[in-house]
Design a protein around this ligand. Structure first.
Ligand SMILES: [Fe+2]
Ligand SMILES: [Fe+2]
Length: 182
């Protein structure tokens, strides 16, 4: 994104006269960021599932891979509605979160502790997505793109559900005592 700094003497950035157009540009830019992130997750999540031990956690991650593939398609539909290319733009945040997930796996023994690490990493990912889609849906509404807003809200609901599944169902079923006895 190009930024032209327009500062007055107080150091405050003056709003451009093209502010509404700017929001659309920012919106498209952030859509490119999240489509990159989702495509990266389609590749990264199966590795997390392979390294998990608790069946409920494996199932939750595997289900979310399928959901994530659907989310990529939903984003591609949004780009189509906007008449924009669906090429992603490198998302540094997601790259970092995925890398962090990989190092958590390296730093934990397979079993309950690694499972807890995988949950921790994937929740950070889910929360990044929840923040992104919440913002994107709000941007879409502001821009009067109601059809796109409801598509983004569908994904937002899925991310929240994944977050709940990971905390409530998967985390509660991890047996730490058994690991300590063993
Ligand atoms: Fe997602
Ligand atoms: Fe997600």
């Amino acid at each position: 994104m190009k930024t032209t700094e327009n500062k007055n003497t107080t150091g405050k950035v003056k709003a451009k006269s093209s502010a509404a157009e700017g929001l659309k540009e920012l919106f498209i830019d952030e859509l490119k960021d999240i489509v990159y992130a989702e495509r990266a997750l389609v590749k990264a999540l199966p590795k997390m599932a392979k390294n998990a031990s608790e069946p409920k956690l494996i199932a939750a991650i595997e289900e979310h891979v399928a959901v994530t593939e659907g989310q990529v398609q939903r984003l591609e539909k949004i780009f189509e509605i906007l008449g924009e290319s669906n090429r992603g733009k490198k998302c540094d945040a997601m790259e970092g979160l995925i890398k962090e997930g990989e190092s958590i796996m390296e730093e934990t023994e397979a079993g309950p502790v690694r499972d807890a690490g995988i949950i921790s990493a994937s929740q950070k990912i889910e929360h990044y997505e929840i923040a992104s889609y919440g913002t994107l849906a709000a941007f879409a509404k502001t821009l009067g793109e109601d059809e796109i807003a409801s598509l983004l809200e569908e994904t937002l609901a899925e991310e929240k559900e994944a977050d709940t599944l990971l905390t409530e169902s998967a985390y509660n079923s991890i047996n730490f005592e058994a690991a300590q006895e063993g």
